[in-house]
Design a protein around this ligand. Sequence first.
Ligand code: BGC
Length: 730
Amino acid sequence: MAAVGALQRWRAGGEFPHSVARRAGAVGARAAVAAVALAVAACGGAVSPEWAGPELQASAFCKQPLDEVERRVGDLLARMTLEEKIEQMHGAGPKAARGLWPTPDNERLGIPGFRMVDGPRGVHAATGNATAFPVAIARAAAWDPALEERVGEAIGAEVRAKGGSVLLAPVLNVLRHPRWGRSQETYGEDPFLVGSLGVAFIRGAQRHVVASAKHFAAYSIENTRFRVDVQVDERTLREVYLPHFRMAVDEGGAASVMSAYNKVNGQYCAENEHLVRDILKAEWGFQGFVESDWFLGARSTVPSVLAGLDIEMPRPLFYGPALLRAVESGSVPLDAVDEAVRRILRVKLCFRLDSDPPVPDPEVVESARHTRLSLEVARRGIVLLTNEGVLPLDRARLRSLAVVGSLADQPNLGDDGSSEVAPSYAVTPLAGIRARGGGVEVRHVPALDAEGTAAVERADAAVVVVGLTKADEGEAQVSAGDRKGLRLSAADESLVQAVASLNPATIVVLEGGGPIVVEPWIDAVGALVLAWYPGLEGGNAIAEVLFGDTNPSGRLPATFPRAEADLPPFDSELPAVRYEYDHGYRYLDRHGIEPRFPFGFGLSYTAFRYERLEIAEPVLAPDGVQRLRVTVTNTGPRAGEETVQVYVAYEGSRVVRPVRDLKAFAKVFLEPGESRAISLAIPARRLAYYDEESRSWQVEAIVYRASAGPNSRELPLEARFSVAAPLSYR
Ligand code: BGC
């Protein structure tokens, strides 16, 4: 009740916490006294893709010898009073200081508090300027963990350079439905893709700061996020909504996890013993700390502590004095507090927050290196969806170009919720096209009045920029919330149709944070380029693709359906929803529905031929790793990058499996005529299903059909292998 009251007060005051953070940052309300570590060592690289176990989990994020850290943690715990311990377990809010959300410092014992800050596309706007990267779903379209690791590293470096010690990212919630308002913040619909990119981001970020994988778990509806009960069976939970979090822990070495706002099977995530205590901590061996999501994230004192919630953010509504009373009255055992504090201190010492405080460094923030990286990612995330020979535009032949729509002339970087970033500049599509147009006469047509119509008709080609903005989608309460539908606005749809009827060489540049239904107008246009929310250099990246300076190589991390009716239901009003096993491409495959653009799809200005799929082990050991080689040739006129995707189908499984699902992918850059054999690997354990009865993973001794190709619906190569004997594991 107290939490609900708090939200009402915030609302009544017209003040939601993110705007509090922004203002506090702007006026520099309280100096941050952060003592944050410079974590120079690369982390996590050695952790096996299999279950790492508790020791390996902690050493994956620890920047110093773990036994020494554990000894010091024990020593500190022995010297702390109960009040001091409890003080470690909550935020020092309600306000952020210079945009950073603090937890208390303990000066007596020299234990610094955390300084937490969002987020997924750059350091939050409340801290001032920062590099605005393309949103996570745009980066996911690059299908490139090595690139994502560099983004994580850059954002982590900027967080530290602003005095922060915990980065509230990455978002690891699968995009169950594209109407989810925070679609832009995540890495798409497939758990393996989400996990692979999340692992990469965490490894990069944790060179500098603690990364917090969020929101644990099954968070993918915005408008009802504070109350919705997500009902999901155990197998679906384990196979669809959790695997990427497990990867973040095992392979990424995540040192922190944020619990989600929603309920799962009747219990709020922050007090969900099954999720936090049993699965995350006991089964996966997670050794870092769990913090609540911010406002209404924690709901109780005793159930939350017992479930394993270590820190209540951003201030003590249920922890603090209430927790002290609960311990004194015996409803919370001291051991539960000690366990939470042990985790918190472990992370602080592992990241050397006590001994290696950050030196604020404005040079790091929006450095040329980071803005160049933002351009590189924007470029590599752009997806060419159709091209009737209109692209690339040839500067030598083109005399005039009409750039249509008001969005062409606006920075469009994503929503203004917790992931908002305020760069000192942003290149619009129009500015990018002007800068890269050479001698081409570029005319902006904001709307189709008589003059604009004439200009479009006269031009050799027309580029229409349309799409979604923060008015259409974003975090609830602080931004637009869930989308109302999957189509463009009526105004955008008629603009595209009108331009296409005036100029046969009409190219649509689409912005937005997720799949859009394009049926009403797709057949009328000459080319469709998906730019997402492309970050501060986005306009340059768009222009490079249009003029062919960059050969587009992005691939969809989420299915584009023909109609919303082709997807599972999405409801952002109901108090309870059921999540079934299938969503995204698995749902369309199961029901035999043709997507408009399949998962993994994207065109190029060159062409690739898939020639051979070889597997190393026709009979694979149940704890072995299948090695695959796919030979790809660039048969077109230009150098280009291809994303080789491998999907697996299950022949004779005793349970219903996906028709096929993504199990490996790799990037390859090929010169014209060049041919390469690409190596990929699939550990047998990645083929397991979760058995509810035995509560364990089952690798079946059946036949697996691996198919390789450029997207989930175009898989020209196939090879079968079997697994020698069944294996079960936890
Ligand atoms: C969001 C989180 C964010 C937190 C702190 C919450 O409302 O759900 O993603 O990290 O605020 O800003």
